[in-house]
Write a protein that binds this ligand. Structure first.
Ligand SMILES: [Zn+2]
Length: 295
């Protein structure tokens, strides 16, 4: 062996690959390539303090970031039964088990009630870490029950989407969830209760094609990928180059697909403002108003 030569070549970092969020102390920002201290990042709601790039956020962190304090989670233990006994490169049952272990959740959505700046509300937050946030029977059922709960308790509904679309391992059953959730939302609209859709990176496929675009207000986070089919599929189909920034929040806002783009750090205040605008009253106001009526 040579004395002054390294026997093994060092591994070259691939600059073309975007860095993913590691579990270590430091994170490289995808937006500005600066190195960020992980703790600073999580204290800043996973938004880069230097350039404002929005990292993907877990569903529990999302719930925490929106509610004032305590919240109540619903239907935590609903689980998919793998109705088709589906298997692709891996059996679906195994994928489910791996996701349950890695996320500590039973499926890809958390539905909870709590207060947003004093306003009682029901929030459903999707979890991308669970099979790409895909919408299967359980996600559909949990969101639908959340909407029904919003109707019975007269509260506004917020759905934070973060999903690759319908869960193909549940076939047509997952597609039926689109109609089911939309029907529940129509009922909510008849009851004249607000529904606000928050679209985060990424919101695609059957989720965009159903409830994510049905909000009384459709609010997106900056720079989020929002679309139905992916850009590559569209390019191959129409045989044309897509414009710059296609399917990003800013492009969609400009073209009338969205109502607002709001920084994650301002989201809670914006939701409360929207509730007020839509005729909702803060919970304490409702309670004090109820006392003289009962006396
Ligand atoms: Zn940055």
């Amino acid at each position: 062996m040579a004395w002054f030569k390294k026997a093994k070549k060092p591994i070259d970092a691939d600059p073309s690959k975007p860095s993913r969020v590691p579990e270590g102390l430091w994170v490289k920002c995808t937006g500005c390539s600066k190195i960020l201290y992980n703790k600073d990042l999580s204290q800043n709601m996973s938004v880069c303090p230097k350039c404002g790039f929005h990292f993907r956020m877990g569903s529990l962190d999302r719930i925490k970031s929106l509610f004032d304090g305590e919240w109540t989670e619903y239907d935590r233990d609903l689980m998919s039964t793998d109705p088709l006994r589906f298997s692709d490169t891996k059996p679906y049952a195994k994928r489910l088990k791996a996701s349950i272990e890695s996320t500590g959740m039973k499926d890809a959505v958390v539905v909870a009630s709590g207060r947003i700046e004093g306003y009682d509300a029901i929030v459903a937050a999707m979890e991308y870490g669970f099979i790409g946030g895909s919408m299967g029977v359980v996600v559909g059922e949990k969101i639908t029950r959340g909407i029904e709960r919003a109707i019975s308790t007269r509260r506004p509904m917020v759905i934070v989407s973060c999903s690759g679309g319908a869960r193909m391992m549940e076939g047509a059953l997952s597609l039926m969830q689109m109609a089911k959730i939309c029907a529940a939302l129509a009922h909510l609209a008849q009851e004249r209760l607000p529904y606000i859709s928050v679209l985060t990176d990424p919101t695609t496929g059957g989720v965009t094609a159903s409830f994510a675009m049905l909000g009384d207000l459709n609010i997106a986070e900056p720079g989020a990928l929002i679309g139905f089919a992916g850009p590559r599929v569209i390019e191959q189909t129409i045989r044309q180059k897509l414009p710059e920034g296609f399917q990003r929040s800013e492009f969609l806002l400009e073209h009338g697909m969205l109502d607002l783009i709001i920084d994650r750090r301002e989201m809670k205040a914006a939701l409360a403002r929207a509730f007020r605008f839509m005729g909702q009253h803060p919970a304490e106001e409702v309670e004090t108003a109820a006392i003289p009526a009962e006396a």
